[in-house]
Design a protein around this ligand. Sequence first.
Ligand code: ZN
Length: 102
Amino acid sequence: MVKIPAKMRTHCPKCGKHTTMTVRQEKGGRRGSGMVAGTRRAVRNKKGSGNKGKYSKKAISQSKMASKTSQKVDLRLTCDVCKATWVRNYPRSRGVEIVKSA
Ligand SMILES: [Zn+2]
């Protein structure tokens, strides 16, 4: 569990200087669409008949995919001066807790 302060002072691209930001955790499902280059290539190569080389192989089982116990977290920062909002990525961690500081 990583504790992140609810307010942090960081650079605002719109103001062009460091301002106080309100931190909120972005809810999941907004990181990428899933249709990355490799996925598009696989869809294209699976068309038609016959042996498709590596695309004829079975997919890696879900049990092998679910070996990671940590999750990538997105933080949503809102500038307290200009109210502009954007998402900042946070490295992999078991969990994130936003702590309200006095
Ligand atoms: Zn700003």
